[in-house]
Each structure stands twice: as structure tokens, then as C-alpha cells.
Design a protein around this ligand. Structure first.
Ligand code: ADP
Ligand code: MG
Length: 239
């Protein structure tokens, strides 16, 4: 687990697009933070900078008190869950979940223990020897989460992880994600453009617009005290 600090973090893409503008944010150890806002507001860019998949143009990113701007993704001890499951079709569930540990040259015994533990948490115990093509969408998404969990990362980053699922499954998986985050207590940054997810899942919500943070607060606080009309309209508060 780790605290994450964004200090005037800015992203200007080479073509000149100012995707993220001086974002300041302090995420506490174990906190579940939601980044929400309309398409193109800079959510994915922010998450990708946290993961180290995009360079930070200016400002500083600190994880656990250390500047990590220049640190490679693999050295940040952060696990990313994408909206496309990106599972390996030729590997079983067990092999898919073990993959990040194999890459890290973890010994077989530890790999088995970690995979079994993750499978238990995610209720995938009966499916370990199946291939992804024989799983439901929800089960596949749980395998993708399993791949993140096995590494016991300091933080999870999730970019619209449920947006490919049908409505019923999405509601079910929201409960899963919430339960998982509480059980593990791992610092989580979760990106969504879905107001319901934003208002029900996290401890605090960051509302973004045009690359800038509009307001940060608990769902209830934002609902009762929206900073402006955009926030009010976006989260559906009556103000
Ligand atoms: P969101 O995830 O909130 O939909 P993004 O972070 O993907 O938003 O995009 C923020 C802005 O940056 C948008 O205007 C988008 O067009 C632009 N953008 C995203 N990725 C790139 C890129 N690789 N190169 C140039 N501009 C980009
Ligand atoms: Mg996005």
C-alpha cells in the first residue's frame, strides 16, 4: 500500500494537446479514489502517468514519499487493470494469473500459493484449468484482476474496467470491486465516466473537466456542496 501525491502534474502531448493541467491530489494509503468526468477530460492520461506509461511533462509524482517521474512502470510496484481484459487465449486461468510472477522470476511454490489465494478471493477456484474462451465476461474480468492481485502491488490503477460488460454484470462487478478493495485495503485509483460508479464505489471522487480538477471530495460532500454548475450537473446533484 502507498500514498500517492500529484504535485502540479501536467501532460502536454507532442502534438500540443494539453491533456492534463497542473493536477494536485493527495491519495491516502489504502484509499479508493475515483477519477470521473466526460470523455476526453484527461482521466486515462492521468492514470497512465501514474502507471509510468506516459511521461509527465511537468510537475512531480510521488509514491510513498519518493519521486517516481523517471521510474519505469515495472519499478513502481503498481498494477493496472485495463478495460479490455488482455488475457492470453492459449493459457489457462492459472497460467494467466501466474504470468506476472513468472516474468518476475518468482519461485514455483510462491507462484502456486499466490495464484490459489487470488483465485479464492475472486471465486475462481473451479475455473483455474479453463481457457479464457470458456469463461463468461465477468469471470474474465476477475482473471484480469487476479493478475493484478497476485503481485500484491502497492496500488491498483483501473481504467474503466467494467465498461465492456453488459449492464447487469456491471452492477454485479461493482460490488465485487468494492468488496475486493475493502478486503485487500490496497490504494486504488479507478477511472470511470459513469456517474453511478463514481458516486457509489469510492471514498473520494475527483471530478475532471478539460484536463483540470474541478472538485475533490466524498460522494456525499460533492452531492451536497458542488463547487460549480458543471460538478452539479455531472454528478446529478439538485443544486
Ligand atoms: P479520457 O480518458 O478522460 O477520455 P484522455 O486522457 O484519453 O481522456 O484524453 C485527454 C485529452 O488528450 C483528449 O483531448 C485526447 O484527445 C488527448 N490525447 C489522449 N491521448 C493522446 C495522445 N496519445 N496524443 C495526443 N493527444 C492525446
Ligand atoms: Mg479514457
Amino acid at each position: 500500500m502507498a500514498d500517492i501525491v500529484l504535485d502540479k502534474v501536467t501532460k502536454k502531448y507532442p502534438d500540443g494537446a494539453l491533456a492534463v493541467q497542473e493536477v494536485n491530489l493527495e491519495i491516502a494509503d489504502g484509499e479508493f479514489i475515483i477519477l470521473v468526468g466526460p470523455s476526453g477530460c484527461g482521466k486515462s492520461t492521468t492514470l497512465n502517468m501514474l502507471a509510468g506509461l506516459e511521461d509527465i511533462t511537468s510537475g512531480e509524482l510521488r509514491i510513498g514519499g519518493e519521486r517516481v517521474n523517471e521510474r519505469a512502470p515495472k519499478d513502481r510496484d503498481i498494477a493496472m487493470v485495463f478495460q479490455s481484459y488482455a488475457l492470453y487465449p492459449h493459457m489457462t486461468v492459472r497460467e494467466n494469473m501466474a504470468f506476472p510472477l513468472r516474468l518476475a522470476k518468482v519461485d514455483n511454490k510462491t507462484v502456486d500459493a499466490k495464484v490459489n489465494e487470488a483465485a479464492k478471493i475472486l471465486d475462481l477456484g473451479q475455473h483455474l484449468d479453463r481457457k479464457p474462451s470458456n469463461l463468461s465476461g465477468g469471470q474474465r474480468q476477475r482473471v484480469a484482476m487476479g493478475r493484478a492481485i497476485v503481485r500484491s502491488p502497492k496500488a491498483f490503477l483501473m481504467d474503466e474496467p467494467l465498461s465492456n460488460l453488459d449492464a447487469k454484470l456491471r452492477v454485479q462487478m461493482r460490488t465485487e470491486v468494492s468488496r475486493l478493495q475493502k478486503n485487500l485495503g490496497t490504494t486504488t485509483v479507478y477511472v470511470t465516466h459513469d456517474q453511478t460508479e463514481a458516486m457509489t464505489l469510492g471514498d473520494r471522487v475527483v471530478v475532471m473537466r478539460g484536463g483540470a480538477v474541478q472538485q475533490v471530495g466524498s460522494p456525499q460532500f460533492l452531492y451536497e456542496n458542488p463547487a460549480n454548475l458543471f460538478v452539479a450537473g455531472f454528478i446529478g446533484s439538485p443544486a
